[in-house]
Design a binder for this molecule. Structure first.
Ligand SMILES: [Fe+2]
Length: 495
């Protein structure tokens, strides 16, 4: 994957800031400004972080200008596409395309309000149809340090003339584990951003859009579950797409597709996964984005999200009862404990049980800025140690489906070679893998990247020695805030 590291910061700072960090933060700021007023603390902290990343990056760029190009839906740096960053960048790319612009130039010195002016322009209605007019508007608003670029041409921004972008429909950018066309990825991410923003702003949820995204994810899961898991693991869009719900949806669809072939039911399950925490949109921002342990008062406030969620959904036209039930009941345990209290002891629906498992598993295994990821094995153990919390039969099936080494994870095998998990098997600890590095540590050529089914009797002599990394893209996480996982404390209390 193309990842431009600019770590050689002259003042000896240890931080490795990447262009991808900057693009992700730029998109996160765009979305945050749609969610909150520009004076809101959350918006302010995004802009401050964006300025900080810009300062770090330009120190390491000899020319002193940071130039991001866009073409064919991709964001590029020095003509090289930034795959991960492009996935969530529709909200950055579209306003540039609408102005017939092929990118943005950020000069070394930015004015105090340059980024704010740019963000407001990009997030607002398109009034200028050319990059020249857009630049005039930037200047009129006092922004001197940023400029819209003319339409992109290969090589125009490359210091070394490296041209990596082909002209094919998929731009020749597919690589193992990244097989979905970028446009499809962008549509999923963008739709989810839109649905979340709408819910946050007024409680009006575009249910049709939610269902169509669930349908899209459902089709993808059935074709290639590993691909979807990889896609939703790109967590730097967490801060603005509520990545936890996306991952819960993908997990639920992966799991449920092993339990039923009923497509319409799968779409309803996926939609319920996407909407399960919609009530959090009504929780005060300070509590929702609080890092670390919540005080008892904050926890009580957070626990209101299940009541809020069912109220939001019940107020919608044509809402699916499955989504209402899940949003209200996903923190209640199978034995009736948890919240909200239910004096009538209503039995938990099967979909609620399923989403509850995915919700807790995701919260435990996701990497957070303040918390490393727990291995799937440890998460399973912890969940098994909570009798009464989960449907035990369903939990065992979930463990079998997920395996201890999730698709996309990097593992070291017992012969010291490194491999990527392609598929889980009936044997929890013996997935199908593809070799990537020889025992010497050397990266293997494509022709030497053998696929090995570790569950096959012929391969019994080879084991997974240890998990190196959960998911292909999780190591790229930046310290971008996400709402605290609300399931883990509940789980530890139950334990
Ligand atoms: Fe929740």
């Amino acid at each position: 994957m193309c990842e431009t590291k600019l770590g050689a910061v002259p003042d000896g700072a240890l931080e490795k800031v990447t262009i991808t960090d900057f693009v992700d933060e730029l998109v996160a700021a765009l979305v945050t400004l749609r969610l909150y007023d520009r004076k809101h603390a959350r918006s302010r902290s995004r802009i401050i972080e964006l300025k900080r990343l810009h300062e770090q990056l330009v120190k390491a760029i000899p020319e002193g200008s940071l130039v991001l190009a866009t073409t064919e839906g991709f964001v590029l740096y020095e003509d090289r596409p930034l795959l991960g960053a492009s996935m969530g960048a529709k909200k950055l790319v579209d306003p540039l395309v609408a102005r017939n612009s092929g990118g943005l130039e950020f000069r070394r010195e930015l004015g105090d309000n340059d980024l704010e002016v740019l963000l407001e322009l990009l997030g607002g209605p398109v009034e200028d149809k050319t990059h020249e007019l857009a630049n005039m508007r930037l200047r009129m608003n006092g922004c001197q340090g940023i400029g819209f670029l003319p339409p992109y041409q290969i090589g125009m921004h490359s210091a070394r003339g490296q041209v990596r972008l082909s002209s094919g429909a998929d731009s020749g950018l597919a690589e193992p584990g990244l097989l979905l066309p970028m446009q499809r990825r962008q549509r999923i991410v963008d739709s989810l951003q839109g649905a979340s923003i709408n819910a946050a702003r007024g409680g009006i949820v575009d249910l049709q859009e939610i269902q169509s995204v669930a349908q899209l994810l459902c089709d993808s899961v059935r074709k290639d579950p590993g691909e979807v898991q990889n896609m939703v693991r790109y967590e730097r869009y967490d801060a603005y797409t509520f990545g936890h719900s996306v991952r819960v949806c993908a997990l639920a669809l992966s799991f449920a597709s092993h339990l039923t072939d009923d497509l319409s039911l799968l779409v309803r399950i996926g939609s319920a996964g996407l909407l399960h925490d919609i009530g959090k949109m009504r929780i005060a921002s300070e509590v929702l984005h609080h890092r670390g342990r919540l005080s008892p008062e904050q926890r009580a406030e957070m626990e209101r999200h299940t009541d809020f969620g069912s109220a939001i959904l019940l107020a919608q036209k044509d809402i699916d009862e499955i989504a209402v039930t899940v949003s209200h009941g996903h923190h209640r345990n199978l034995d009736g404990s948890g919240y909200p209290a239910d004096p009538l002891g209503t039995p938990q629906s099967m979909v609620t049980r399923l989403i509850k498992i995915c919700d807790v598993y995701e919260a435990l295994t996701a990497v957070r800025p303040y918390n490393g990821a727990m291995s799937p094995m440890k998460a399973f153990r912890l969940m098994l140690e909570c009798p009464g919390a989960f449907d035990p039969g369903l939990l065992r099936k979930f463990m079998r489906t997920m395996g201890c080494y999730p698709v996309g994870s990097a593992v070291e095998l017992s012969d010291r070679t490194h491999a990527r998990v392609l598929q889980s098997t009936d044997d929890l600890v013996r997935p199908v893998v593809q070799l990537e590095h020889a025992d010497s540590g050397e990266e293997l050529d494509a022709r030497d990247r053998r696929t090995i089914d570790l569950s096959a009797p012929v391969n019994r002599g080879l084991d997974v020695h240890r998990l190196l990394e959960i998911g292909r893209l999780q190591t790229e996480l930046a310290a971008i805030g996400d709402s605290a996982p609300d399931s883990s404390p509940e789980l530890s209390q139950a334990a």
